[in-house]
Design a binder for this molecule. Structure first.
Ligand code: ACO
Length: 321
């Protein structure tokens, strides 16, 4: 038994924050942000909008596309680094919003790789025949852990959610997944806040994302090409067989470097970073949904999904759509 993608969905909060607005908040420029990152705007959740609300909207869209209802779900997996609260976990809160009872509700915490980690977990459940339909959601309200006075980070992040419904299948949709992490790079990208660190609260605990951007950039470029090659090797496929690269949308320069290593022209790369910045676990499923809905991705094509983020964590998936 395998799993295949039956439907996708996404949700972006209404409020848009442009580079021009950021120019009035910190010492930066539209030109700097565009040329260094490719980002033009990001969406910011309303005060009363929680990560679970974004996840819920994306889930509804994915289920509608799959032609199923919440009662058909047998597994819910979420990836987030900005949950509503410590517990119940995001998957339980989403389950409650969907009016579903009894399904396992697994919340994966792997920063920007959260969706790929979640996809891999769900695929393994389905391969063992434990679920006919699974919902995998990446959702974030990164605006809540962004220091809006720090130009080093505030120009990069945004809020959003992307979702995929997986369906059990006799032929592989998810051909292979490959996950990895190296905790020794933890201090390159982190939020120091956590319940177990409260006694005493460390001086640096400000609740915000901290990043040594330049070093993250270098490790990301070095790792991502390998991550793509690893999953291709696992599936016994060549890079020339990939129809679409759907990368984590953090920085256009990292994406270009990964595409180059795979010998893929940018025309075969789904690029959405300009529209919503880095939305961490939400970025890959949102980009996937964009290119499926606008008709670029066709059934039968081979997709390479990859992500990289805090931990450091990384993951890739080869998907026959
Ligand atoms: N506007 C204007 N100038 C800025 C800004 C800004 N917003 N931010 C930094 N600068 C300045 C710096 O102070 C520095 O000035 P200096 O030369 O006078 O010292 C100069 O610009 C260059 O800074 P660098 O950090 O070297 O710039 P770089 O080209 O590396 O770009 C960036 C910075 C965009 C953060 C890049 O390093 C990057 O994208 N890193 C990777 C981030 C990432 O992908 N994270 C992924 C995971 S995220 C997650 O898991 C949640």
């Amino acid at each position: 038994m395998y799993s295949r993608i039956a439907g996708t969905g996404r949700y972006l909060p209404e409020r848009i924050l442009t580079n021009a607005e950021l120019e009035r908040m910190v010492e930066t420029s539209d030109e700097w942000i565009r040329s260094r990152t490719g980002i033009e705007r990001r969406h910011i959740a309303a005060d009363n909008e929680l990560t679970s609300d974004l996840a819920y909207q994306a889930a509804l869209a994915a289920m509608e596309a799959a032609g199923i209802g919440p009662q058909d779900l047998e597994l819910i997996v979420t990836g987030t680094t900005t949950p509503d609260q410590i517990f119940p976990n995001l998957a339980c809160l989403l389950q409650q919003k969907l009016g579903v009872h009894g399904t396992p509700a697994i919340a994966v915490e792997a920063a920007c790789s959260g969706f790929l980690y979640g996809l891999s977990v769900a695929d393994k459940f389905m391969r063992s025949g434990e679920a006919k339909y699974a919902l995998v959601v990446g959702a974030e309200t990164l605006s809540r852990i962004t220091d809006w006075t720090s130009r080093d980070t505030c120009v990069l992040f945004g809020d959003g959610a992307g979702a995929v419904v997986l369906e059990a299948s006799e032929t592989p949709g998810i051909v292979a997944t490959h996950l990895g992490a190296d905790g020794h790079y933890g201090d390159l990208l982190y939020v120091p806040t956590g319940p177990s660190r409260r006694n005493p609260v460390p001086a640096r605990d400000d609740g915000f994302i901290h990043m040594r951007g330049n070093e993250v950039f270098k490790v990301a470029v070095r790792t991502l090409g390998g991550v793509a090659e690893d999953v291709l090797a696992k599936a016994g496929l060549g890079k020339d067989e990939v129809d679409w690269l759907i990368p984590h949308q953090a920085n256009i320069r990292i994406i270009q470097a990964t595409a180059k290593r795979l010998d893929l022209p940018m025309e075969r790369v789904v690029l959405t970073v300009q529209d919503h910045g880095n939305t961490s676990a939400a970025s890959v499923p949102m980009a996937l949904d964009v290119a499926i809905r606008d008709g670029r991705i066709q059934r039968g094509q081979l997709l390479l999904l990859e992500a990289f983020g805090g931990g450091l964590t990384w993951g890739s998936a080869l998907v026959r759509y």
